[in-house]
Write a protein that binds this ligand. Structure first.
Ligand SMILES: *[C@@H]1O[C@H](CO)[C@@H](O)[C@H](O)[C@H]1NC(C)=O
Ligand SMILES: *[C@@H]1O[C@H](CO)[C@@H](O)[C@H](O)[C@H]1NC(C)=O
Length: 283
């Protein structure tokens, strides 16, 4: 439940709200996600490769992934992950938010339990990559500009975007998510973490029958059968050993069947992220 730090922050919020009026709301509203606890994902592509989540792995230590957010609908149902990259921007997958109105997406920060008390932020603008799904499964990345700045604390921090990556085959990467741990089951309430290995593009492509669906803008990981992304993990962060964001969950044969998981490669999209944040992209 509420740590004393969270209570203090909440009281500080109230004080600011009262002293400056409600127009100067600097933070998200406290949020108790108890509604629709068992609602299914708001979207899942009909294709079996869509939306992923973590199978295997373990419960993440509190504050071990403070950049992780849960994207939820207005009823408090988790549908995707995301990562805080600045106090105003969250990066996620385009497939999570494409076609959604901004007021239907809430960004939940500062907790490992997506049904626990946390901070909720409204979205001011959704920037979906203009070439999302052109071709199919490409450029599956989006930025959410928040209506109020994120308040950083021990459980809430930004993650550095990897402008370049020099990943080597077999290198350990870390993914986190609230997706279901068993295919077809409910989402997890607690954030889970899984160590996976970097799999070069050519091998990933080969694992998917040399499909064009895997391209340079993707980053793949492999893990043992019984481990991997599952429904609800899409949009979530993949982090390298230096703690930098290298991928955003995209797709894969879900739920640990031994196929690579496919992420949007952050280094490939770093320019898009920068120009979008700087306001130069008309998306
Ligand atoms: C990320 O957070 C650190 C520490 O609070 C801050 O110094 C840095 O400017 C932030 N980066 C961005 C892009 O907001
Ligand atoms: C991942 O793929 C590499 C080959 O690229 C292989 O050596 C490794 O055993 C695989 N890891 C798992 C967990 O399957």
């Amino acid at each position: 439940m509420w740590s004393s730090a969270a209570v203090k922050i909440f009281i500080a919020h109230l004080a600011l709200t009262f002293s400056f009026g409600s127009t100067l709301r600097l933070y998200g509203a406290p949020y108790e996600g108890v509604l629709h606890r068992y609602t299914r994902p708001t979207f899942s592509k009909s294709d079996s490769r869509a939306t992923g989540r973590i199978v295997g792995g373990e419960v993440a230590a509190e504050a071990s992934a403070p950049w992780q957010v849960s994207l939820q609908n207005i009823y408090g149902s988790h549908f995707c992950g995301g990562a805080i990259i600045s106090d105003q921007f969250v990066v996620t997958a385009a497939s999570c938010v494409s076609g959604l109105q901004r007021n239907l997406v809430k960004v939940i920060t500062s907790t490992n339990e997506w049904m626990g008390l946390a901070w909720q932020y409204d979205v001011e603008k959704i920037h979906v990559h203009c070439n999302f799904d052109k071709p199919l499964y490409s450029n599956d990345i989006a930025l959410l500009k928040l209506a109020t700045s994120i308040e950083y604390d021990d459980q809430t921090k930004n993650i550095t975007v990897a402008d370049e990556d020099e990943l080597e085959e077999g290198e350990t990467l870390t993914m986190t998510g609230w997706g279901s741990s068993v295919e077809g089951e409910w989402y997890e309430d607690e954030l889970k973490v899984l160590k996976v290995q970097y799999l070069p593009y050519e091998k990933c492509r080969a694992a998917y029958g040399n499909s064009d669906d895997v391209d340079m803008g993707h980053l793949c990981t492999n893990s043992s059968v019984g481990e991997g992304a599952c429904h609800g993990d899409t949009g979530g962060p993949l982090v390298d050993s230096q703690g930098r964001l290298v991928g955003i969950g995209n797709w894969g044969v879900p739920c640990g069947r031994g196929f690579p998981d496919v992420f949007a490669r952050i280094s490939y999209h770093a320019d898009w992220i920068r120009t979008t944040i700087n306001g130069c992209n008309p998306t």
